[in-house]
Design a protein around this ligand. Structure first.
Ligand code: PLP
Length: 368
C-alpha cells in the first residue's frame, strides 16, 4: 500500500492546465498583473463573495502585508497560540510583538473573554485565526477592537469558501488573509490573498505589493508580493473542480463522523455555518493516547499530522514567555486525520477502526 499522508494535493487534469500555459507562451507575459492573474482575482472574488481581493505570493506575506498596510508598525498584536507557525512568525518578521491570548477549550479559537486583560497602550491589532475553518467569535472580537481602536486581521488560511450567517467569513475584520499553498483545500501551487474591507487601504496595498510605485511615481515603501501567470493558471484550472473537492472532502468527513462517533472529541462548531471540510481534527484524552494512535497508524503507513503542535507561545525564539495552559493542553493531544477527496473509503474505515481499537485498549477494554 502506498503511504497515506494527512493530505494529498488535488491536481486538475493536466490538459486543462496545459491550455492555460499555451496561452502564456503565446502572450509571453509571465508575471506583473497578467491577464490570468486578473481573471483569477475576478473569478475568486465573485466565487467567494468578497470585494477587494488581492492575489499574491503566499499566505505568510499576506499576513505581513496586512500588518504593514494597516500601519501596525512595531506594536503589540494579540494573537492565538493555536495555529501554524506562520501566524506568529509574520508578526515577529514585521518587528511587531505577539501577545498570546489563550484559546477557548471547545472551539479552539482565540477566547474573546481573555482579550481585554492583554490590551496595553502599545496594543495595535488583534490577529485571530479561523482555525480548521471554524469561525472565531467575530462579533465579540469586533466589539473589543472598536472599543479599543484596534485593527483586526484574520488569518483565514483555513477558511477558503466558508460561509457564515449567509456571507463569506472573509468579510469580517479589516483584512482577512488566505493561503493557496498546495496543501490547502484550494491551491495555486504557492499563493495567497488579502481581502481588504476598506477601499483606500486596498488601493494602498495594490501599490505596496508592487514595489510601492506606479510607473515613475513612487508612492510608498513597497515589496514584491506579485504572483506569476503560471500560478494563476493552476488556480483557474482548479476552480471548476471545487464542487468535487468539497463533495469528496465532505464524504470522507461524514464517514469519519459515523465511524468515530462518541470515540474522540471534536472542535465545537457554530450554527449558521457552511463549512468547507478543510481538516478533520480529533482530540484525544491524553498525549500518550495520541502518540499510541500515531505509532500504530504509522506502522500501517498512515501519517496523520499533529496540527498544531507545539502551542506557539512555546516557540524557542520568543523573548517573552506567556503561559497559555488551554492551548498547550490541546496542542499536546490533537491531530488531523488524513482528508482529501480521493481518500478511499476502505482507508477511512481502517483508520477509524484502528483508532477505536487503540482507545479501547487504553481504556482497559471498555468500548468507546
Ligand atoms: C498555511 C498557513 C499559513 C501560511 O501560508 P503560506 O501560503 O504557506 O505562506 C498561515 N497561516 C495558517 C493558519 C496556515 O495554515
Amino acid at each position: 500500500m502506498s503511504k497515506i499522508f494527512v493530505t494529498k494535493t488535488f491536481l486538475p487534469p493536466e490538459k486543462e492546465y496545459q491550455e492555460y500555459v499555451s496561452g502564456i507562451f503565446q502572450r509571453c507575459q509571465l508575471t506583473n498583473q497578467g491577464p490570468l492573474l486578473k481573471e483569477l482575482e475576478a473569478r475568486l472574488s465573485e466565487y467567494l463573495g468578497v470585494k477587494h481581493f488581492h492575489y499574491i505570493t503566499n499566505g505568510t506575506v499576506a499576513l505581513q502585508l496586512a500588518l504593514r498596510v494597516l500601519g501596525i508598525d512595531g506594536g503589540e498584536v494579540i494573537t492565538t497560540p493555536f495555529s501554524y507557525v506562520a501566524t506568529t512568525s509574520a508578526i515577529l518578521w514585521e518587528h511587531c510583538v505577539p501577545v498570546f491570548v489563550d484559546i477557548d477549550r471547545e472551539t479552539l479559537a482565540l477566547d474573546p473573554a481573555r482579550i481585554e486583560e492583554a490590551i496595553t497602550p502599545r496594543t495595535r491589532a488583534i490577529m485571530p485565526v479561523h482555525v480548521f475553518g471554524y469561525p472565531c467569535d467575530v462579533d465579540a472580537i469586533q466589539e473589543i477592537a472598536d472599543k479599543h481602536h484596534l485593527k483586526v486581521i484574520y488569518d483565514a488560511a483555513h477558511a477558503f469558501g466558508v460561509r457564515y450567517r449567509g456571507q463569506s467569513l472573509l468579510n469580517y475584520g479589516d483584512i482577512s488573509t488566505l493561503s493557496f499553498h498546495s496543501t490547502k483545500l484550494f491551491h495555486t501551487i504557492e499563493g495567497g490573498a488579502c481581502i481588504v474591507k476598506d477601499k483606500a487601504v486596498s488601493d494602498e496595498l495594490e501599490v505596496m505589493k508592487r514595489f510601492g510605485h506606479d510607473s515613475d511615481h513612487h508612492i510608498c515603501m513597497g515589496i514584491n508580493a506579485k504572483q506569476s501567470e503560471f500560478h494563476a493558471a493552476m488556480g483557474l484550472a482548479l476552480l471548476p473542480h471545487l464542487p468535487e473537492i468539497y463533495a469528496g472532502r465532505r464524504r470522507v468527513s461524514e464517514q469519519y463522523d459515523a465511524l468515530l462517533k462518541g470515540c474522540v472529541k471534536r472542535p465545537k462548531s457554530v450554527p449558521d455555518l457552511e463549512y468547507n471540510y478543510a481538516y478533520y481534527p480529533v482530540i484525544f484524552r491524553s498525549e500518550e493516547e495520541l502518540l499510541k494512535v500515531l505509532r500504530t497508524l504509522n506502522r500501517m503507513g498512515i501519517y496523520p499530522r499533529r496540527y498544531f503542535h507545539p502551542s506557539l507561545n512555546k516557540l524557542p525564539y520568543l523573548e517573552r514567555q506567556i503561559a497559555c495552559p488551554v492551548s498547550e493542553d490541546i496542542a499536546s493531544r490533537i491531530a488531523c486525520l488524513p482528508l482529501y477527496p480521493e481518500l478511499p473509503a476502505e482507508i477511512v474505515e481502517k483508520i477509524s477502526s484502528t483508532i477505536r481499537q487503540v482507545l479501547q485498549e487504553e481504556a482497559g477494554g471498555a468500548e468507546c
